[in-house]
Design a protein around this ligand. Structure first.
Ligand code: IMP
Ligand code: MG
Length: 182
């Protein structure tokens, strides 16, 4: 196993796990989007690492674009009210759009984004989430078509996911030691 960052208590998805997950999703998307006009849209910043891997695992013509959003509210919890900070550069009308997300928790941010993008008349609109925290105590506002893995109801970092903008560059997904938060 890769050497662990001193702030990480436990690795839950290793680099090898992630390679397997991305390969499986890439193969599914390659098959499902044959002959389509695929555009991958990543939501900055967490999804950039997954985007970089996933796009190389898809063996079909595709375009990529990015959006940046900021959530209103107390900052700790997703409010579902979202301001678009950076919009797409591309026109998605008539194209097959796949939103690439790092992790889906409440799904409120993504629900808003999907509503916004659907008004632009894409031919299809789906979600690929690397991790899904679909825990029994909460319901997710949307159901992603492609899910990398189910995630325990813990705060995780790495592979694009941050805590206070740190740890995005860890090549695995892990849980931080409790003392890091305090
Ligand atoms: P949602 O709107 O509640 O689904 O929030 C999803 C967003 O919250 C993700 O795109 C992440 O930016 C962030 N997020 C949710 N859970 C985690 C986590 O465990 N670690 C890091 N970021 C998280
Ligand atoms: Mg995010």
């Amino acid at each position: 196993m890769e050497s662990m960052h001193p702030d990480v208590e436990k690795v839950i998805f290793s680099e090898e796990d992630i390679r397997g997950i991305v390969k499986r999703l890439g193969d599914q998307i390659t098959a499902d989007y044959a002959g389509k006009d695929l555009v991958l849209i990543a939501v900055l910043r967490g999804a950039v690492v997954f985007m970089g891997d996933l796009m190389r695992a898809i063996e079909a013509p595709l375009a990529i674009d990015f959006m940046a959003v900021s959530s209103y509210g107390d900052g700790a919890k997703s409010s579902g009210i979202v301001r678009i900070v950076k919009d797409l550069d591309m026109d998605i009308k008539g194209r097959d759009v796949l939103i690439v997300e790092d992790i889906l928790d409440s799904g409120l941010t993504l629900k808003y984004l999907m509503k916004n993008l659907s008004h632009r008349d894409p031919a299809s609109l789906e979600v690929a989430a690397f991790l899904w925290k679909d825990v029994e105590s909460r319901t997710t506002a949307i159901t992603p078509k492609y899910v990398g893995a189910h995630c325990p109801d813990e705060f995780v970092v790495g592979y694009g996911l941050d805590f206070a903008e740190r740890y995005r560059n860890l090549p695995y997904v892990g849980i931080l030691k409790p003392e890091v938060y305090s």
